[in-house]
Write a protein that binds this ligand. Structure first.
Ligand SMILES: *Cc1c(COP(=O)(O)O)cnc(C)c1O
Length: 358
């Protein structure tokens, strides 16, 4: 890793450059898509997809309520309106029945034009794309996979990053494959959208960078991050993804009779961006967090406020955006430490501390 970084420093190609091209090719090959375009963050990656589709004021975009703010923020940045969809209490991912209900409800209300679905691979588990892509097709909607947490996940042999018409990922350090700063990428097989996103991420460039044919962004990946990502991808492929799955299996084995452990549907494979348990209520969760903190074990609540309750979205019609499962999860979820290098001794300490509370 040190050598990879020093090589970039010596090359003096700090932004974009050959390392970024190499990284894009390696990530496209791993995921199994034609185009990977690296950019400055996962948020920008989502935004680039919406820009390629011309999502604008008057459009409705369907987003799960139980996610990180960026999934919905980009919709509003484009001037469009997010419509929040509830999630499945077992997988934390978009509830397809509620998706259909929200699409039909929006169409019937007649004020917004249903345009796209953003399905999130929450905590590393791919969303139910077999059903979601059927629904998107049936209603003529674009499908964007928010794979910010999903990189490395699979359904059967198909990898996250391939499930939508476009997919976006993040390389923020806490994600399954993280760099040493901010970074992101979009993936697609569609040549036309790839060309548009390539333009939008470099100030709307045309035939060259001083020929600007649309309003875009400055959203480049720097070469040091690309070099870091190439080393990280190798370790991820060779052992990290398998090891983090071993850690998750061990947690589930030890905790499944004590708390509600994450449910991985048959044929699905998670990259475990988070290992999130559910407890009966807020009070139990607070006690559990205290007990773990006393043993120097950090925990986190992903997410304490669902999107339909965020202050920034208080202009939306609450009747159109009800998500009771997301409301309940916000009070009952707790994410435990997880990474490929978590030792069995640390895991035992965490599990024993939790078990002792029940
Ligand atoms: C992290 C994250 C993003 C945004 O990625 P950044 O690189 O932090 O901009 C978007 N969606 C989800 C679900 C995320 O977890």
């Amino acid at each position: 890793m040190d050598q990879a970084i020093l090589d970039v420093v010596a090359s003096s190609a700090y932004v974009l450059g050959p390392k970024v091209k190499e990284m894009e090719a390696a990530f496209a090959e791993y995921v199994g898509v034609k185009h990977c375009i690296a950019c400055a963050s996962g948020t920008d990656a989502l935004l680039l997809a919406l820009k390629a589709w011309g999502v604008k004021e008057g459009d409705a975009v369907f987003v799960p309520s139980f996610t990180f703010f960026a999934s919905a923020e980009v919709v509003a940045l484009q001037g469009a309106t997010p419509v929040f969809v509830d999630v499945d209490p077992d997988t934390f991912n978009m509830d397809v029945r509620d998706l259909i209900y929200k699409i039909e409800h929006t169409a019937k209300a007649g004020q917004l034009n249903p345009k796209a679905v953003i399905a999130v691979d929450l905590f590393g588990l791919p969303a139910d794309f077999k059903l979601i892509s059927e629904v998107a097709k049936r209603y003529g909607l674009h499908l964007l996979e928010d794979a910010a947490q999903g990189f490395g996940g699979r359904i059967g042999n198909q990898k996250a990053g391939t499930f939508g018409d476009i997919a976006a990922t993040s390389f923020f350090p806490a994600k399954p494959v993280g760099c040493y700063g901010d970074g992101g990428a979009v993936f697609t097989d569609n040549d036309e959208w790839a060309a548009l996103m390539d333009s939008y991420h470099l100030h709307g460039k045309g035939s060259d960078r001083y020929d600007n044919i649309r309003i875009g962004l400055n959203s480049r990946l720097d070469s040091i991050q690309a070099a870091v990502l190439l080393v990280k991808l190798k370790a991820f492929k060779e052992h990290e993804l398998e090891e983090v799955n071993r850690v998750a299996e061990r947690y589930t084995e030890k905790l499944k009779n004590v708390v509600k452990t994450p449910d991985i549907p048959k044929g699905f494979y998670s990259s475990w961006a988070q290992y999130t348990i559910q407890v009966p209520n807020k009070e139990t969760r607070a006690k559990l967090q205290e007990a773990l903190k006393a043993k120097d074990v950090p925990t986190a609540i992903y997410y304490p406020i669902p999107m339909h309750r965020q202050t920034a979205f208080n202009y939306l019609d609450p009747k159109m955006n009800q998500c009771p499962v997301a409301d309940r999860l916000a009070d009952t979820v707790l994410s435990l430490p997880i990474h490929p290098y978590l030792t069995e001794a640390d895991q035992d300490l965490i599990c024993d501390t939790i078990i002792a509370q029940f």
